[in-house]
Design a protein. Structure first.
Length: 115
C-alpha cells in the first residue's frame, strides 16, 4: 500500500506563490506516473499536471506558464510550484501516483487564493 502525504497548502493573496509537496512511502522512481489534481467546491476533480517517469510533462491549459511540477527521486517527493495564483485556483489539491497499474491518492491539501 502506497502512502502519499501532501503539504504546503494555505491561504495566499492573488498573485502570490505556494509550493506543494507530496511525500511518498515508496521509491517514486518506481511510479509510472505522478501527478497533481484539484477539486473545487461543487466541481469535479480535474487534472493539474502529470509527470511520467519517461515522457513529457502535461499541464492543464489553465495553469500552463504558472505552475511547475517536479519530482525528486532521492527524496521520494513530488512538488508543485504555483506562481501567479488566481482566485479560481482555490481548491483541494491531491497528489496521485500510479504503480503497477494501481492508482493511489493522498488526502489532499487546501489552497485558498483570496484577498
Amino acid at each position: 500500500q502506497v502512502q502519499l502525504v501532501e503539504s504546503g497548502g494555505g491561504l495566499v493573496q492573488p498573485g502570490g506563490s505556494l509550493r506543494l509537496s507530496c511525500a511518498a512511502s515508496e521509491r517514486i522512481f518506481s511510479f509510472s506516473t505522478m501527478g497533481w489534481y484539484r477539486q473545487a467546491p461543487g466541481k469535479e476533480r480535474e487534472l493539474v499536471a502529470t509527470k511520467p517517469s519517461a515522457g513529457s510533462t502535461n499541464y492543464a491549459d489553465s495553469v500552463k506558464g504558472r505552475f511547475t511540477i517536479s519530482r525528486d527521486n532521492a527524496k521520494n517527493t513530488m512538488y508543485l510550484q504555483m506562481n501567479s495564483l488566481k482566485p479560481e485556483d482555490t481548491a483541494v489539491y491531491y497528489c496521485n501516483c500510479v504503480l503497477y497499474g494501481i492508482s493511489y491518492w493522498g488526502q489532499g491539501t487546501q489552497v485558498t487564493v483570496s484577498s
